[in-house]
Write a protein that binds this ligand. Structure first.
Ligand SMILES: Nc1ncnc2c1ncn2[C@@H]1O[C@H](COP(=O)(O)OP(=O)(O)O)[C@@H](O)[C@H]1O
Ligand SMILES: CC(=O)N[C@@H](CCC(=O)OP(=O)(O)O)C(=O)O
Length: 261
């Protein structure tokens, strides 16, 4: 990996529930930025914050194939949780760790072009390319962009995009390396063992058997698409062990799962 090639790290939303894990991760990111001369961008989820917020308002929520059904009347609340609370909690961590940062959504600077994915899912977006100009100038200026997965359609509608799909699309737009940090040590097989290296055929078999399912199936499908476009593997690891970040980046097999086609 070249030293100047951007790195995209996707942070799963459950990280936001642990102040200790957040602080440990941002300490590692600060060291990484100081020691490794490399542009870094964070994309984050926050499904758990959305769940909590909807519940507090007496609203229910369902998922279909790992994607949240998003009635248009709920999008203000969901955008508030993701582009508001989740994004600003991460920005706050960056500031507390002396990392110059900017909080964005997919619509800022036209980073991602978003359209409605499927009318049955409501205000759920899919990404159809984008424009790296704004983000590249932020990276060149030494800022850490922190990007939520709220998108805006060409006709001005807010859309909820799955954060794994957002992260893979942004990695494709920036031609970046991609590491996805979740709440598991990697992708697990039918015996609960970590899979060090997952190919497309093996992933398909595990999805067919419902061993890779829900949010992880969305993540794996998005990662497989990105590996093809980027022509390199995508790593899935845990945010619980930020010290494993360099090992994940180096593609070592001791930690996480490397997905390739
Ligand atoms: N084969 C699998 N290996 C690991 N996790 C899996 C698998 N299948 C389903 N999962 C679930 O996927 C979750 C991670 O995906 P997701 O909820 O989208 O996380 P994140 O918000 O971190 O992106 C795990 O917590 C686990 O419950
Ligand atoms: C359409 C869709 O499913 N959107 C997700 C966006 C947040 C997300 O992906 O958060 P995690 O990475 O923490 O799972 C949602 O509403 O939960």
């Amino acid at each position: 990996m070249s030293t100047q090639q951007p790195l995209v790290i996707k942070l799963g939303g459950t990280l936001l529930e642990s102040d200790k894990a957040l602080a440990a991760l941002f300490t590692t990111l600060k060291t990484f930025l100081d020691e490794v001369n490399r542009p870094l961008l964070l994309v984050h989820g926050g499904g758990v914050l959305v769940d909590n917020q909807l519940k507090a308002m007496g609203l229910t929520s369902t998922k279909k194939n790992g994607l949240r059904v998003t009635p248009f009347e709920q999008i203000p609340v969901i955008a508030g949780a993701l582009a508001g609370t989740a994004n600003k909690l991460l920005l706050a961590q960056a500031i507390a760790h002396e990392i110059p940062s900017v909080g964005l959504c997919l619509g800022d600077g036209g980073l991602c072009r978003v359209s409605q994915l499927d009318p049955e899912l409501g205000a759920v977006g899919q990404i159809e390319g984008g424009d790296a100009t704004l983000v590249n100038s932020l990276l060149a200026g030494g800022f850490l962009p922190i990007v939520s997965s709220i998108g805006i359609t060409f006709d001005g509608k807010l859309m909820n995009v799955n954060a794994d799909q957002a992260a893979t699309a942004i990695a494709e737009i920036l031609d970046a390396d991609l590491v996805m940090l979740s709440d598991v040590s990697g992708i697990l097989d039918g015996k609960g063992q970590r899979i060090a290296h997952l190919t497309e055929a093996a992933a398909q078999e595990l999805m067919d058997k419902n061993i890779i399912k829900d949010g992880m199936a969305v993540k794996v499908k998005a990662a497989l698409k990105a590996t093809k476009t980027l022509g390199k593997p995508v790593a899935v690891g845990s945010w619980r062990y930020p010290e494993q970040l360099l090992s994940l980046l180096a593609g070592e097999s001791e930690h996480g799962t490397r997905i390739s086609h």
